[in-house]
Design a protein around this ligand. Structure first.
Ligand code: PA5
Length: 466
């Protein structure tokens, strides 16, 4: 098992020029701040304030969860997650990274009896009704995941599904719903207790976007037969590497410091995560939420209005070479590109001989797709460099549970550390809460009458439409 590495050659002035690059000295100059932030994070970890740090060591609980998942596999062929944001994105990232690329289309035998895994993370009626009508209800279990236990999107899905199950299965509906929520509080917990539904706990004080190593994502992952123990082992391995305060000895702190310096001193307001590996495609979607919700803040820790936060964007190589790369290479100088790549693919396909009298394509013969994909990555990297665009690469030895565990954990620690650099609370999400409260109030939730009146009083100008 090897470590993932960060290749950060292409962020420096000597490679991409003074205006867009940073210096080794600038990184070194952050070391004193890094020491303080590290001290604070370590203290908070010890006091139990930041429990996501200790999740890689929850082996006993995870083994219990795997046993529960095995039972689920015996009863059901399809596992549907009802959740949104942090209650959905990690699960999707794990399935794409660690599952068979066509996991849900394989026969049960080929999946070794593991469940198909679907994630319903929206309330679009076209999409949701199509999903429901495609399911064989008697073979399906629904995992309602909500830390707060009240999110309108997830709860509306739950209510629809519960009614459907009751109509089709009568009292047996209770066997088809598994709840993952807070241990003690919230409407969903009350419902789980009242109807004696099988339930799992979102550990206290862990915000949605930091729950990828909790039952929120590990239960669906285990039901789909993914290697959740390997994931935790990889995360624990990264935890060891993140134990040092010095930036160059800590990959998470290095990742955050590069982003921070390029944002605040070189105007790189956008960070693009660009995997050249289909398996890592949804890791960048997961990271997009992590970075955006954690660091996009109105106020700093002293209450000053700062309105900061880098905009995370996700793209995919080589697909987006034909969609986005033109902009990244020649457009505004406002981006840092972070490639994700793997040294080894699980499969490879050789481009066959043929078309010898068509040199326009015959040069491809004998090369493999992996070779072509990684050549294209080098090409994009080179184009960025000669156009003075900072970029870096996170390289995985291969995409497996251990390396993905390392990667996800590193990005979580990075985000916590970046909160310290930007001096914002990386663990709250007042902007998200506003949207939730608006929905509660306008849709008539009890206790939100005052909010509803407030919203109704807000004078909106007449709509301008054409
Ligand atoms: O990261 C977060 O806190 C949010 O994105 C939540 O995960 C999301 O709003 C869903 O919340 P809940 O799990 O309470 O339904």
């Amino acid at each position: 098992m090897n470590d993932i590495v960060i290749d950060y050659t292409n962020i420096f002035q000597e490679i991409i020029g003074e205006e867009n690059g940073i210096t080794e000295e600038a990184i070194t100059a952050l070391n004193n701040r890094a020491k303080d932030i590290h001290k604070d994070l370590v203290a908070r970890r010890k006091s139990g304030d930041k429990p996501f740090y200790d999740l890689p060591y929850e082996m006993e609980k995870t083994n219990k969860l795997i046993r529960a998942a095995k039972q689920i596999q015996k009863q059901f062929t399809t596992f549907v997650v009802l959740g949104i944001g942090g209650s959905a994105l990690g699960t999707t990232a794990l399935l794409t990274a660690l599952g068979h690329p066509i996991h849900n289309n394989l026969t049960s035998n080929k999946r070794n009896g593991a469940c198909r895994l679907l994630v319903a993370d929206n309330i679009d009626p076209d999409e949701f009704s199509a999903l429901l009508s495609s399911l064989k209800i008697s073979d399906t279990v629904f995992n309602v995941v909500s830390k707060s236990g009240s999110t309108a999107e997830t709860m509306s899905q739950f209510m629809i599904v519960q009614k459907l199950l009751e109509k089709k299965l009568g009292e047996k509906w209770k066997k088809h719903i598994i709840v993952t929520t807070d241990a003690n509080s919230g409407t969903l917990r009350n419902i789980a207790d009242k109807f004696k539904l099988k339930s799992f706990v979102v550990p206290d004080a862990i915000g949605g976007r930091f729950t990828v190593l909790t039952p929120v994502c590990l239960l669906p992952a285990a039901a789909a037969g993914l290697d959740v123990i390997g994931l935790l082992k990889g995360a624990a391995r990264m935890d060891k590497r993140c134990s040092k305060a010095e930036i160059r000895k800590n990959p998470a702190y290095l990742f955050a410091s590069i982003h921070y310096l390029l944002d605040t001193t070189r105007g790189k307001k956008i960070t693009v995560m660009l995997p050249y590996s289909y398996r890592l495609k949804d890791v960048s979607d997961w990271f997009r939420q992590l970075w955006a919700e954690s660091l996009g803040k109105k106020v700093d820790v002293d209450g000053n209005h700062v309105h900061l936060g880098q905009t995370p964007v996700n793209a995919l190589g080589a697909t987006d070479q034909h969609s986005q790369i033109q902009l990244y290479v020649e457009g505004p100088f406002d981006k840092l590109v972070c490639f994700l790549e793997t040294e080894k693919f699980n499969a490879d396909v050789t481009i066959p001989e043929g078309f010898e009298d068509h040199p326009g394509i015959s040069y491809l013969s004998g090369h493999t797709m992996a070779n072509l994909l990684m050549t294209e990555k080098s090409g994009t990297e080179h184009a960025l460099v000669i156009n003075h665009r900072p970029n870096m690469t996170i390289r995985l030895p291969e995409v497996n549970a251990n390396s993905v565990g390392q990667l996800l954990y590193m990005l979580e620690v990075s985000t916590a550390f970046a909160g310290g650099l930007y001096r914002v609370n990386a663990f709250d999400q007042p902007g998200v809460e506003f949207g939730k409260q608006y929905a509660y109030a306008v849709m008539g939730k009890q206790g939100f009458e005052k909010k509803k009146a407030e919203f109704e009083q807000t004078k909106l100008p007449p709509r301008k439409v054409l």
